[in-house]
Design a protein. Structure first.
Length: 113
């Protein structure tokens, strides 16, 4: 089945939007990040409405690229969030849950041969 061009266009738009989101994350541009998030939701809804039946090769390739870029952006967002949490914890005088001062898992679980 040949997929409607509008689905391919929507996937291309989502791919471009994810590139813009990555740039916004790199620049810590909160307004652009928020706009990209809202636009992503709208495009995902449009893609879901347009996708019916099996996807052609081009759409599968675009969908794979969109999935990979979205995963990269998710990891970047998580790194930024962890960095902010660490800085706030440092300012508040809290010890990091995963940092120094906490015994490692290897010391908590006894080894039995």
């Amino acid at each position: 089945m040949t997929t409607d061009m509008s689905l391919q266009d929507a996937l291309r738009q989502l791919l471009a939007l994810l590139e813009n989101e990555r740039q916004a994350l790199a620049g810590l541009d909160l307004d652009s990040i928020r706009t990209c998030s809202d636009d992503k939701l709208g495009l995902c809804e449009a893609i879901e409405r347009k996708a019916s039946g099996p996807l052609d090769e081009e759409c599968r390739g675009l969908l794979d690229a969109v999935t990979r870029l979205n995963e990269i952006n998710r990891k970047i967002r998580n790194l930024i969030a962890a960095n902010v949490e660490a800085r706030l914890g440092s300012l508040a005088g809290r010890i990091s849950l995963y940092g120094a001062g906490r015994p490692s898992v290897a010391r908590e679980i006894p080894y039995h041969a």
